[in-house]
Every structure is written in structure tokens, then in C-alpha cells.
Design a protein around this ligand. Structure first.
Ligand code: ZN
Length: 235
């Protein structure tokens, strides 16, 4: 699992993404679209038993995704306060993974290439394999190159063109069926859509499985920098 490196904000990326959903910058640097801001708060809700799982006492249709999974509730105020580079905003992460938008700049990667999307993950010691699970969204070429160049944690990375990124499930917080309290765990639990525990999870991240993967060396894609970015089409 990975996210676009915060250090990818160089100020150069958004210069080429005219019409992007994502104009937010900090200190003159572009902040990745999925990054959470300090002005965005996670709201604790009273949990109740609903059907065969958990629900919010004051639940609204917006609290569940198209698959009926309950999602953590966060306020949305992109650009408010300071960027929390190590945190991801759940709703925007869900938006980019479900819509295959670039997680750095929110450009539509399917519009750019209907056949395949580019994924860049932290080095996992082997190429991205068939069915690899990730919470990362795709990246456009300019964001991939900026990430590789300016993001120390992703200097060691693996990248692949992916023909079929599929919705696999969610990563979230499982709840006890008796007490309805969160089960203690240090990290988020990956729960597939086929998993019977799905109704008992509070989703925090969308999880994709990557299929039809072809490893790629970003260096082979050409040193696309600011000049290349300016060639992107308007959205
Ligand atoms: Zn991008």
C-alpha cells in the first residue's frame, strides 16, 4: 500500500494540469489531491446495530458506498489549514480509486489512456504481481515522474501499467459484534467484498486489485518534466 509521496509537490505539476479538479498548493507547492488537511476532521459517530452489521445512529445515504459498505465520516475542506502530508482523506482516496483519477492531481487517467493505468508503489522487493492489493490510486505520467524525482520514500519503487484495476474491497476498522466497539488492531484490516466480516467494518480506504500488470521502468517512459506536462489535454 502506498500513497503519492507528499514530496511530489514541486509546484511544477499543477502547471500542466489545466482544468484539474485540484488547484491546491502550500508554500507554492502542489499538495497531492488525496492528502488530508488539518481543517478536515474525522467525526466520531454513535455506532448501532443495523441489519447484520454496524451502522451510524444518525446514518445518511452518503455514509455508504455503492456496495453498501459503511465509511468513516470526515469533513471535506480541501485546502483548509495545513496539508497533513502523511495522512489521506478517505473520501478523496475513494474517489480516485473508484474513478481512476490521478491521486496526485485528480486528472482522469482513463480519459488519457482508456486501455491501461500507471501505478507506482513502494518497492516491495518484486515486480507488481497479478492481483496485487493496494490502496494507491493511479498516477498520470507527470505526477509519476515528479514522484520518482522528488519523493525520497519512492525513489525505490515499483511501477506497472495495469489493464484491469478492480475494486477488491476496503481497508478499515473491524467492530466487535457484541459490543459494537472497534477491535484493537495496529493497522487497518483488509476486507474483500466477499468477506463475511464486511458488514462489521468501518471503511477507511478503498482497496484495488491490480490485474493485467506489465512492469515498467519510469525512466524508460522518458524524462517528462514540465515541458511534457504542458502537453496534457484540458479535462
Ligand atoms: Zn497527476
Amino acid at each position: 500500500m502506498t500513497q503519492l509521496c507528499p514530496a511530489s509537490g514541486t509546484g511544477a505539476v499543477n502547471a500542466g494540469h489545466r482544468g484539474s479538479l485540484h488547484p491546491h498548493t502550500q508554500n507554492g507547492l502542489m499538495v497531492p489531491y488525496i492528502t488530508k488537511w488539518t481543517g478536515e476532521r474525522t467525526l466520531r459517530r454513535v455506532m448501532v446495530r443495523r441489519g447484520a452489521g454496524i451502522g451510524f445512529a444518525d446514518e445518511s445515504p452518503y455514509d455508504r458506498d455503492d456496495d453498501g459498505v459503511l465509511w468513516i465520516r470526515q469533513t471535506s475542506a480541501q485546502g483548509s489549514g495545513e496539508a497533513e502530508y502523511l495522512n489521506v482523506h478517505s473520501a478523496r482516496q475513494r474517489q480516485v480509486t473508484r474513478g481512476l483519477l490521478c491521486q496526485g492531481c485528480a486528472v482522469d487517467t482513463v480519459e488519457q489512456d482508456p486501455q491501461r493505468q500507471l501505478f507506482v508503489l513502494k518497492d516491495i522487493g518484486k515486480p507488481i504481481g497479478e492481483g496485487e492489493l493496494t490502496t494507491a490510486g493511479p498516477v498520470c505520467l507527470p505526477c509519476a515522474h515528479v514522484t520518482r524525482t522528488h519523493c525520497p520514500p519512492l525513489r525505490r519503487h515499483v511501477a506497472a501499467w495495469v489493464e484491469r484495476p478492480l475494486l477488491w474491497g476496503v481497508a478499515g476498522i473491524l467492530h466487535d459484534r457484541g459490543t459494537l466497539r472497534p477491535l484493537p488492531k495496529e493497522s487497518l484490516e483488509m476486507v474483500s467484498y466477499e468477506d463475511p466480516r464486511l458488514p462489521w467494518v468501518l471503511a477507511v480506504r478503498q482497496v484495488l486489485s491490480l490485474n493485467g500488470c506489465a512492469a515498467v521502468d519510469l525512466g524508460d517512459l522518458g524524462a517528462r518534466g514540465v515541458d511534457a506536462m504542458t502537453g496534457l489535454p484540458d479535462r
